[in-house]
Design a protein around this ligand. Structure first.
Ligand SMILES: Nc1nc2c(ncn2[C@@H]2O[C@H](COP(=O)(O)OP(=O)(O)OP(=O)(O)O)[C@@H](O)[C@H]2O)c(=O)[nH]1
Ligand SMILES: [Mg+2]
Ligand SMILES: [Zn+2]
Length: 307
């Protein structure tokens, strides 16, 4: 039979098969592709499984081909990567100006990763209630100015107190599989609980000392929405290490650069300081935002460090 992995807690997986949820595990050697993964099976995966004789549990024999996935470098194991979730229709990145602060560089890394699979991404600015004054206005303005023209939807919420979250998100989430990601403490589980009250995900105050989240959610988990579709809550991530993207390829995942690719003088242009570079021209003309270009250069340099 066929099912979808809705939770993974190490060696046991919860697999949704029709109306029921089975506890399943992998047995024996498992064929993996060349990716070195800390998690061979990810939440969102469709798997082939069979009931174990005389038991309530099941054994997974195969992972069906993934339509897409969001992946990052493992922070614990070098040369390994971790699939955050697979087979998603879209991704919500929850961002906060403070408590904790989300950097533009972090947002851009995440977006490069979703762009590489053409997964639409939505930026949800949370903890709006904590933002006031000129600094907050400037920060928000930057977010809108940088990301809206690139085609990313931007929303503002206070997940802990807004009463209209269901109405606001329903049209966006209906009948889709949506990943929720972001730093620890930005309010991913708080938002999820507002949208799927039965989920009752544990949430926890951020550390007063570091103003950072305390990694409350430790496993990814998929929750069904009332009106079709599902939401995947995930553990907070500190850094988003980008994986397996060639230098030449990186600009393809910056939508504002995509339009100009192939127009530079040199066809192997990396848009750094080459003569006749159209990306640099567009940057000077203001078509490409300097912060985004900075992220591009940072990711390019970081990638080099790992070779
Ligand atoms: N002021 C304010 N606090 C919020 C808001 N949303 C969430 N919080 C608080 O932020 C803290 C962290 O929220 P969580 O939902 O646990 O954060 P998370 O993103 O799931 O964190 P991890 O599971 O560690 O990745 C909790 O104390 C929430 O009550 C909000 O809109 N405004
Ligand atoms: Mg959480
Ligand atoms: Zn160029």
């Amino acid at each position: 039979m066929k099912g979808r992995v809705i939770k993974s807690t190490g060696s046991w997986y919860s697999v949704q098969v029709g109306e029921s949820v089975l506890s399943a595990r992998l047995k024996g050697k498992f064929k993996q592709d060349e990716l070195k993964l800390t998690n061979p099976i990810a939440v969102g995966d469709w798997v082939e499984l069979a009931k174990e004789p005389n038991q309530e549990t099941a054994v997974i024999s195969e992972i069906l081909p993934r339509e897409n996935y969001v992946i990052r470098k493992s922070t614990r194991k070098q040369h390994f990567s971790h699939i955050i979730a697979s087979n998603v229709d879209q991704a919500i990145l929850v961002i906060t100006m403070k408590s904790p602060r989300t950097s533009l560089g972090f947002i851009d890394r995440f977006l490069v990763s979703t762009e590489s699979f053409r997964i639409p991404a939505i930026l949800v600015v949370n903890k709006r209630d904590l933002m006031s004054g000129e600094k907050a206005e400037d920060w928000l303005l930057d977010i809108y100015e940088i990301y809206k023209p690139l085609g990313y939807q931007v929303m503002e919420v206070s997940a802990a107190s807004d009463l209209d979250l269901k109405e606001k998100f329903e049209p966006i989430l209906a009948n889709k599989s949506t990943l929720i990601s972001g730093h620890s403490g930005v309010g991913k589980s708080t938002l999820l609980n507002a949208l799927v009250p039965e989920a009752k995900q544990h949430t926890q105050e951020i550390s007063g000392f570091t103003a950072k989240g305390v990694h409350t959610t430790t496993f990814a988990e998929l929750f069904a929405l009332d009106n079709g579709g599902d939401l995947i809550d995930t553990p907070g991530i500190k850094e988003f290490g980008i994986l397996d993207i060639e230098d030449q390829e990186l600009s393809h995942y910056f939508p504002e650069m995509r339009a100009f690719l192939g127009k530079c003088k040199y066809n192997n242009c990396q848009h750094l300081n080459e003569p006749g570079c159209v990306v640099l021209e567009k940057l000077a003309e203001g078509y490409i935002h300097p912060y985004r270009y900075e992220s591009y250069v940072n990711i390019l340099n970081e990638e080099d460090d790992h070779r």
